[in-house]
Design a protein around this ligand. Structure first.
Ligand code: NAD
Length: 171
C-alpha cells in the first residue's frame, strides 16, 4: 500500500514510517524539517521537503502521489507557544490539515490516520482520562487537535473517507 506520512522526519512518525516499511508498504514522507531531522528519515522512504501550510504545494503532492492512506503527524506541538501564538498553531494544525484533506477527497484516500492528543484534550479534569470523557480542550493546541478531529468527521460524513484519531498521551 502507498502511505503518505506527514511529519515523518519527527520523533513519532519516523518510527511509524520504519514500521510501515518493514511491513512492505511504500512510504512517502512530507516534512518541513521545522522540528524534524533528516537523520530520522528512513532511506527506503521517498522524502519531500514541504510545508503543509503551503496549500498549492501540499495539494500538488497529494494529487501527484495519490496515497491510499494518509498518516498525519505534522503539527506544531508546543502547548506553551500555542498560548502565545494561537494563529500560528491554527495555521499549522487546522489549515494544514484542511489543505491536505481538500486534495485527499479528490483521490479519494482509503483512510486518514491523525495524531491527536490525550494530554491536551480533556482540559483540567482530574486524571486518569478515558475515552468516554468529554473532550474539552483549553489550550489552542488542544483546540486545534479537536478541531482536526471534527473536520475529519466532516470529510467522513460528506466524502465517506474513513479516519481514526489517535489521542496519544505524552510519548
Ligand atoms: N510527543 C508526544 O508526546 C505527543 C503526544 C500527543 C500527540 N502528539 C502528536 O504526535 C505528532 C508527532 O509529534 P512528535 O512528538 O513526533 O513531534 P515532532 O516535532 O518530533 O514531529 C513533528 C514533525 O512535523 C513536522 N512539521 C511541523 N510542522 C510542519 C508543517 N507545517 N509542515 C510540514 N511538516 C511539519 C516537524 O518538522 C516534525 O518532523 C504531532 O502531531 C503531535 O501533536 C505527540
Amino acid at each position: 500500500m502507498k502511505i503518505l506520512i506527514t511529519g515523518g522526519a519527527g520523533f513519532i512518525a519516523s518510527h511509524v514510517a520504519d514500521a510501515y516499511l518493514e511491513l512492505g508498504h511504500e512510504v512517502v514522507i512530507v516534512d518541513n524539517l521545522s522540528s524534524g531531522n533528516k537523520a530520522n528519515l528512513n532511506p527506503k522512504a521517498k522524502f519531500i521537503e514541504a510545508d503543509i501550510t503551503n496549500k498549492d504545494l501540499i495539494q500538488a503532492i497529494v494529487r501527484e502521489e495519490r496515497p491510499e492512506v494518509i498518516n498525519h503527524h505534522a503539527a506544531h506541538i508546543q502547548v506553551g507557544y500555542s498560548v502565545k501564538n494561537p494563529q500560528f498553531d491554527a495555521e499549522n494544525n487546522i489549515m494544514g490539515l484542511l489543505n491536505i484533506m481538500e486534495a485527499a477527497k479528490e483521490i479519494p484516500v482509503k483512510k486518514v490516520i491523525m495524531a491527536a492528543t490525550g494530554g491536551a484534550m480533556y482540559g483540567n479534569k482530574p486524571t486518569p482520562f478515558n475515552e468516554e470523557m468529554k473532550a474539552e480542550p483549553l489550550s489552542p493546541y488542544g483546540i486545534s487537535k479537536r478541531a482536526g478531529e471534527l473536520y475529519l468527521n466532516y470529510y467522513h460524513e460528506l466524502y465517506q473517507i474513513p479516519f481514526i484519531s489517535l489521542r496519544y498521551s505524552n510519548v
